[in-house]
Ligand binder design. Structure first.
Ligand SMILES: *[C@@H]1O[C@H](CO)[C@@H](O)[C@H](O)[C@H]1NC(C)=O
Length: 196
């Protein structure tokens, strides 16, 4: 049996700092929850308007900002013709400072069948103190009794330190965690081939 890795995550910055001075982020630094996905509420609101393309969230930005973030322009945002709906798609070995990013395996929507290491480095901007990862599709090999040993997803560089590794089918889950402004956070996928 080969390794299975099919994943598309929506990564966005949440607005805890601006609204709650970090207090909420301290109280609930990280929660693996939300199945099915919750919409953003007032305290967990992104710091920019959002739009949706094919069911995936993207950011409403000025077109210069979209271009400088390496984004793709998919139309105008409702209610404000100066803002475009900006889709930024990244995959393995990319780096980004975009406010809203889609991170996917290289052959998405197909599975990746070969072993590989797949990191995305995110440059956290000023005045940002939390990040949210929505697992729109998350299909990795399930855990064994010893944990996630074939495939795993880890988040490095959060305020809390190392996160638990995630694997299996976590489609529909989301996680929110505290980050430090002007730091680097790495989302990292490891997919291994299985014997058999
Ligand atoms: C993973 O879970 C989702 C949601 O429960 C389901 O729709 C999907 O078919 C599952 N994928 C696999 C490979 O089992």
């Amino acid at each position: 049996m080969a390794a299975v890795m099919r994943i598309i995550l929506a990564v966005s910055f949440a607005g805890f700092c601006l609204l709650a001075g970090g207090a909420l982020a301290e109280r609930q630094p990280r929660h693996m929850l939300d199945r099915p996905k919750l919409v953003h509420n007032a305290l967990d609101a992104p710091v920019y308007p959002v739009c949706s393309v094919g069911g995936r969230q993207a950011a409403c930005l000025r077109s210069e900002a979209c271009t400088s973030q390496g984004g793709r322009f998919t139309g105008f945002c409702a209610g404000d013709p100066t803002l475009v709906c900006c889709v930024v798609e990244k995959t393995c070995d990319d780096e980004t400072s975009a406010h809203s990013v889609t991170f996917r395996n290289p052959s998405f929507p197909l599975e990746n069948l070969r072993p590989r290491l797949c990191p995305l480095m995110i440059k956290v901007g000023r005045d940002i103190c939390s990040m949210r990862v929505d697992m729109n599709v998350f299909e990795l090999e399930p855990a064994t009794k010893s944990g996630c040993i074939f495939d795993m997803f880890v988040i490095l560089g959060t305020v809390e330190g190392p996160t638990a590794s995630l694997c299996g089918n976590m489609t529909g889950f989301a996680t929110t965690f505290a980050v430090k402004e002007l730091s680097d956070v790495t989302l990292s996928l490891v997919a291994q081939a299985m014997e058999g």
